[in-house]
Ligand binder design. Structure first.
Ligand SMILES: [Cu+2]
Length: 170
């Protein structure tokens, strides 16, 4: 059982975010492809399980997000890029990676792929950032995260399709 919730998961200490969610999340909605349920997590001899893609529930934030594949650990970098309009959620309606973990002071650069129509990047919860609404391939929007926390964001036109993301700063 890879129980790798970090210190910060207390923020979302909902009932769902216990071990069961970890297992269920791994191969979530998309049945096709690689994700067999079979390969055990090696509860036995995994001394250094530093999962790059920690499956975290975020209070159900990614319930509709087909391309959510865990929190990508990109700490220790000055700049991290997230694709806007990546393949997922039934078209070019995804942020990829949907969830990233970065260090304080990191600039996250969202880069538009040009696919999936017009997108934006909006931190509605806290109103910290809001990008332009555009379709332009190569367009970028960036925000530098100084404070620890969880920063959820959406693409307003495609939020209901599951085009949402989160930046974890720690
Ligand atoms: Cu969108």
């Amino acid at each position: 059982m890879t129980k790798r919730f970090s210190r910060r998961s207390f923020l979302h200490a909902t009932a769902a975010s216990t071990g069961i969610a970890l297992l269920a999340g791994c191969s979530s909605s998309s049945g096709g492809g690689s994700g067999g349920a079979g390969d055990g997590d090696g509860d036995s001899s995994d001394e250094e399980d530093t999962p790059e893609h920690e499956m975290r529930d975020f209070g159900g934030w990614f319930d509709r997000t087909g391309n959510y594949d865990g929190v990508h650990d990109l700490t220790g970098q000055d700049s991290v890029t997230v694709a806007v309009g990546a393949a997922g959620n039934g078209g070019g309606y995804a942020f990829a990676p949907a969830a990233v973990r970065v260090s304080p002071g990191t600039t996250v650069v969202w880069e538009w792929t040009g696919n999936g129509g017009t997108h934006n990047v909006v931190n509605r919860e806290d109103g910290l950032f809001e990008s332009e609404l555009t379709v332009s391939e190569g367009h970028t929007f960036e925000y530098t995260f100084e404070e620890s926390g969880e920063y959820k964001y959406v693409c307003v036109p495609h939020e209901t399709l599951g085009m949402v993301g989160v930046v974890v700063v720690e």
